[in-house]
Design a protein around this ligand. Sequence first.
Ligand code: LLP
Length: 403
Amino acid sequence: MCEEASLSAIAEAVGTPLHVYSRGELRARVRALDAAFAAYPHDLHYAIKANATLAVVREMRAEGAHADANSGGEIDVALRAGFRPDQIVFTGVGKTHEELVRAITLGLKAINAESPGEMERIDAIARAHGTCARVAVRVNPDVDAGSHPHISTGSRANKFGMTPAQAHAMVTSMATRDHLKVVGLHVHVGSQITSADPLRQGAAAIADLAMTLATEGVHLEHLDVGGGLGIPYQPDQAVLSADEYAAAVLPVVRPTGLRLILEPGRWITAPAGVLLTRVVDLKTQEEGRVFVIVDAGMTDLLRPALYGAWHGIEAVEPRDGAHIACDVVGPVCETSDTLGKERELPPVEVGDLLAVRDTGAYGAIMASNYNRRPMAAEVMVDGAGWRVVRRRQTVDDMLQWDV
Ligand code: LLP
């Protein structure tokens, strides 16, 4: 079940592969994170990159969250979901001229600038448009996030942000420009972080700099500590609770008196989604292990192939009998197209429905048309009811851009 709706019935009606989200869970998780930070002035800017399906983003807005966009496309998603420009922060290590013009003329809450060169470009565009751009400076604190190297962003070796010294010099030299208003500092040290230290250190780097700037007469509006809070993909995985996250960050930020911005993505949406997939074939390997071949693959959920990520896989209607040792694999012609390696499942038959857990973040949004596979449909469950919020792509959809 998802809430009070039968997953089997939904899969029967809509087909597989299929992403299913719980509206109640999405909303409860925004509320829980918001409550954890209730003791301090803050805004949750939902990281649209985690799940940009309009129906999901609209739920975030309905719960009072704001938005974090990482591209021109995500700015448009935010606007169409109903966010005002002054509720959107814009991050991104390679913003194009067109994206910057859009962001500046819209008057976003903050453009998180990643380099001195980008600050200069923002200044020039704002001057040309006779406006003043609101900028936050992204600091790279040289912190090890302790997560997968592909999603760690806060060490000096990574492409993101400026050193604290560079950021300090930039803010000081830009503080008097007419077309640039430095409103904050930004940091994001990585994603799927499961301990307090990296998050605390990231926040401390910008809090310290903000205090120094204040003594020099430069007064900011906010500190943006990014996203990164991890979730337990494995049932026994140790993670931080929302309260422990707040307890790590708030004491560091509080002395600045500045408003706190958070950019959570995964923590809110990942556990609110499952990927439903049907068994299409069974094949016994030499050592007796079984390949359970399913109709979802790396084109529907890239995380296992890209990061070696572990997602729980369960039979929706488990059969009785001895469990089997298996690899759950997709249909794509890549050996990395494996959703779960060395798993135990109840006996399965062709046609059975499996649920891959915690796919509400970085699932559907990272889909591709590789092997010319149409992208999966998406369903939002609400109590006993549900509706398709993104229809399944067709072959015509896929080919409509071919000239
Ligand atoms: N803010 C910034 C500037 C970010 O770069 C990110 C994620 C977030 C916020 C949201 O982080 P979260 O709260 O979701 O950890 N595809 C990868 C995750 C990439 C995260 C990229 N940046 C995965 O599937 O694990």
